[in-house]
Design a protein around this ligand. Sequence first.
Ligand SMILES: Cc1cc2nc3c(=O)[nH]c(=O)nc-3n(C[C@H](O)[C@H](O)[C@H](O)COP(=O)(O)OP(=O)(O)OC[C@H]3O[C@@H](n4cnc5c(N)ncnc54)[C@H](O)[C@@H]3O)c2cc1C
Length: 465
Amino acid sequence: MLETTRIPEPVLVELRAIAGPENLRLAPGELAVYARDATPLFWGMPEAVVAPADTEQVARILRLATEHRIPVIPRGAGSNLCAGTVPLAGGIILSTVRMDRILEVAPEELLIRAQTGVTTRALNDAAAAHGLFYPPDPGSHTVSTIGGTVATCAGGLRGLKYGVTRNYVLGLTVALPTGEIIQTGGRLWKDVAGYDLTRLLTGSEGTLGVITEVTVSLLPKPPVSRTGLAYFGSLADAGRAVSGILAAGVLPSTLEFLDRSCMDAVEQYAHLGLDPRAGALLLFGDDGDAAVVARSFEAIAAACTDCGALAVQTAGDVTESEALLTARRCTLPALSRLGSLTILEDASVPRPRLAEMVARIGTIAARHQVMIATFGHAGDGNLHPTCILESAADTEGIAQAERAFAEIFRTAIELGGTITGEHGVGAAKLPYLKERLGCEQIDLIRRIKIAFDPAGILNPGKLGS
Ligand SMILES: Cc1cc2nc3c(=O)[nH]c(=O)nc-3n(C[C@H](O)[C@H](O)[C@H](O)COP(=O)(O)OP(=O)(O)OC[C@H]3O[C@@H](n4cnc5c(N)ncnc54)[C@H](O)[C@@H]3O)c2cc1C
């Protein structure tokens, strides 16, 4: 735990004046809500929570915090899984909850502009009203904010075909720690004037500036969208099928996998009638014109069968499709019901190494005697090995899980992969970052951090620290 700060009374007075007294929280009971995010094992008590209404207010809060050297932690929904919003050094939680307005939908430009606190689903609903869609769809889409997803460069179930958040961000309004307001990018498809600060800020995890408005591009909503699943004897077979599908020249919108433990958990949670004899499940989906989707499904089914699928099924209608996707999205909450502590991790490997990575995770789990269930975005090579412990007080079990995960991250790097595909670094992955990036890049990241945030007030103890 880093040293905590005390916020002087004149600063509290100023914060009240900026955001309004009703938007500054100081009571211990209210602060405790912000001591954690969706990451287990990390905790830190803030000294104040402030919810500004707009960019101007955010900039004034940041300038004040820089003047007084008080940590500020930007926070959307707090659904991140890398302890990115845990106030390790105390200070002020800057909640974006009040900045929740869609500012503009421009169908003729295929873009939407929104304040940072709009949820991913609300953004997509606004796009859908114009026959458009916003492809990044993290499992947390009902709660995660667009600002939070930009700050973590979130992925989702459609990443294989459509990419991740960074592929859609056109422009950002950002308040810098020193109080200046900048507009990066804009609404243009082509703009190479200067360094690409939009890309730098996308995935910057609240360490360089506070994003207050976001402009993202949209796509026309495909006329048909279908989902299916294939059962396999083992996760390794399912991993090989992923390579088989891609080698067949098909690019599905969704290609997700669940191992047996995840299937059991999801079945208990959602009652879908999943085959209890299979060792793994591959959930696939595609969208586009009906004939194209039909051809794509034929090719996917053939590739799965060639790789030893026990059965291949296609959802009968939109409701059944949606039920399958919802089941995949609820894998984490379903697993959480199996024990008191669920540690979900995130590693990525090149797609051809997926089957090998899955097998190595099994060996590592057995060696450290921990239960690890694995699911993830198979098509992206992105796995979520998840450790379930019966008791949150099992310190030896937690230590074994941490040793197992350290080995999993090292294995991912050894196979040409990375320590996080989409959840970010935050505090949780910071100990592994140097191994992934090397000293030169870590030094450069620190120099970039100082250029944006000379007093080091933004999200201390995280990326850039
Ligand atoms: C059930 C579940 C399913 C999930 N599924 C996925 C998934 O499929 N794909 C995926 O990528 N992630 C997934 N996540 C993780 C999480 O939802 C994402 O990381 C999401 O992008 C976080 O959004 P948020 O609004 O909750 O951000 P927060 O958790 O509040 O913040 C995340 C980070 O961004 C920073 N931040 C937040 N807002 C701003 C801002 N306005 N300006 C600057 N920095 C800011 C914070 O300081 C923090 O570092 C899942 C989480 C859960 C609980």
